[in-house]
Design a protein around this ligand. Sequence first.
Ligand code: G3P
Length: 225
Amino acid sequence: MSEIRFPLIIVNFKAYTEVEGEGALALARACAEVAGESGVSIVACPPMVELGRVASSVTLPVMAQHVDHKTPGSATGWVTAESVRRAGAIGTLVNHSEHRLGMEGIRSVVLACKRADLRTCICADSANSSGEVAIFAPDMVAVEPPELIGGDVSVTSAKPDIVIEAVRAVHQIDSSIPVLCGAGVKNGQDVKKAIELGAKGVLLASGVVKAKDQKQALRDLIRFV
Ligand code: G3P
């Protein structure tokens, strides 16, 4: 995974109005600037419709928020792993809390991604399910308790044990798979705590996307990394 280093910050743009059209490019540029000045590895996950434009405009690893398992060809309206790779993405989130796939769905998407040389970060809602999805040999697992997503309290303060246990569960399957955590992560203290708990980074959205000053929020996030 040459384009990604750990500790890693993945910024999921989701589908917020702030990242429609030019907003996605502006946030990706802010991510690239902060990554460049700090040397910290930041990945941008723009909305699918902006993926190609963002990937060709910024020097920053870009991942999709989702891909489908379909093979290229007769697949109207589906998004293939190959097309996402060709658009310039290096990887994708899989099974995000807002786009659940089920175990069979995860398995087929991860296979499609491996076929297309696309990195995978499988999201899971608990420590147990983090261990369960590790059997698919993803490049990363991100544990995110759904009830904390989009809120003001970070998983690292509200549920630190879930991070510790997710790392343990994943590493029982394969100790080389990095585990990230997310939900409510907002600042540098949250990222510092995540790393102390054994995570290799964070997956976050609203703390950056909805910040008044997105660049400042990014600088704050990485200040202890
Ligand atoms: O994908 C990141 C996510 O679900 C967490 O969202 O807004 O709590 O950082 P947020």
